[in-house]
Design a protein. Sequence first.
Length: 202
Amino acid sequence: MVKQIVIATKNLDKLREVEIALDGLPVEILSLADIDDFPDAVEDGETFEENARIKAKFFCEQTGLACIADDSGLEVEALDGKPGVYSARFAGYHAHDVTNNQKLLEELEKAGVTESAADYRCALCFIDTDGTEICATGIVHGTIKNVARGEGGFGYDPYFYLDDSKTMAELTLEEKDSLSHRGAALRELVPKLKERLLCTLE
Ligand code: IMP
């Protein structure tokens, strides 16, 4: 038996990370791009965990299939935790990586700092058709600096420095998977999911 699971994302990088993490489990992975065009979930939670749960529940109900959703973002200490759950739209409704990073630099300048401690956080939530919920979180600590380095990654990665002074944008995909907040959340989620699949698919 194989279980169909919808990954609630149209972001191919995220989809790929989840596919790699679930490799070897008895699952058929579908993305939102594989199924009918559904409306977006209203992500009005106050935490990453709430938003991941809202998205997973919404797409589970819409598709009638088990679903995994994630929500992630950056929290900068000198900005009182901003952009937080607004990371994707920090610079406004039509924001993208370039405008979000500009806004980040402006806010650092307004706060009178050139760097600040910061965290990337990720929440993942699996919801099954019977309502069973398995959630996991991951975090990576670092420093946001107002100098960009590296060509890889996405989002705030060129400004996010790890302890060894490399930015997230200077890592290979494999290095990022092993160090990132999403990688950590996946490593917590997968064994729990595996246990459930082994019990329910027998
Ligand atoms: P969402 O989880 O798709 O809602 O997007 C969260 C936003 O947080 C992204 O658009 C990025 O701006 C930021 N973000 C989340 N994870 C990362 C990451 O690994 N690197 C850089 N930015 C990230």
